[in-house]
Design a protein around this ligand. Sequence first.
Ligand code: FAD
Length: 255
Amino acid sequence: YTADGYTTALEALIRRAQAELVVLPHTYRVRDYGPKLATRFATVLASDVIRCAIDSGQLVLVRQIFQGKLNADTRVTGPPPHFVSIQAGAYRADQLRAGAAPVEGFTPELDAAAIRTRPSEPFREAQRAVDLATADMIVSVGRGIKEKENLPMVEELANVLGAELGASRPICDNGWVPMERQVGSSGQTVAPKLYLAVGISGAIQHLVGMKGSKTIVAINRDRNAPIFEVADYGIVGDLFEVVPALVEELRKTKG
Ligand code: FAD
């Protein structure tokens, strides 16, 4: 991979196809070459889009602002092509309708001298001590927990269930839970049988990492929290009351 190579190849393809809309995945690579590619067409990349719609014949892109607190409708102006990158998990694969589009081969002409970077060995992450991706059950904790001192309550819930502990990003950023237990777009992607979210709002960057879980249970005192949109079971309540009650009941059933 090189940004120069990808940009040159895609530019030629887009010009040949006279594409009006170029839809890319919001990956680290696209973040690297996407803006450069759009600039070749004197336009911008509308990045990290979570929804697209057509309104009165115009493309409307939904992007999150203020750390996911607000959704903003964005319209692109100017002549095509328009460039969009879509956040992972923004659309549910099981709700897609099958379509048909011809797949055409394309061999770009690349001049090696025009590629200014030389990639070295791919970076390999250190072996993870915890592999949440293979866990059957995960109890994940978010900022609703308020203080590090309150964590043992959620750890106890994880223990009594025999679940791994996960966390949202702010909890890991604070150093309360190790980074390797972070779930989300910049953490691990998990798909356990049970995902229990405790005091997690459900920002898109968190959802993309756990939406694939078989059963999602959420405890949150805000009934409008986005986590409830993906939850199979929701408990609207104060986690400081709900979690100890759950632990007590689980203890009883386990004898
Ligand atoms: P908050 O959004 O503050 O939510 C706390 C929730 O707890 C609220 O819904 C509140 O109602 C509830 N609550 C409060 N008190 C109680 C109580 N007593 N009882 C019950 N509920 C209570 N985030 C991730 O998680 N993983 C990522 O990988 C990730 N990557 C990111 C990458 C980028 C580039 C960016 C910009 C952001 C990323 N984020 C990620 C951050 C993300 O946008 C959110 O800020 C974060 O997920 C919020 O964490 P939270 O839900 O714990 O906190």
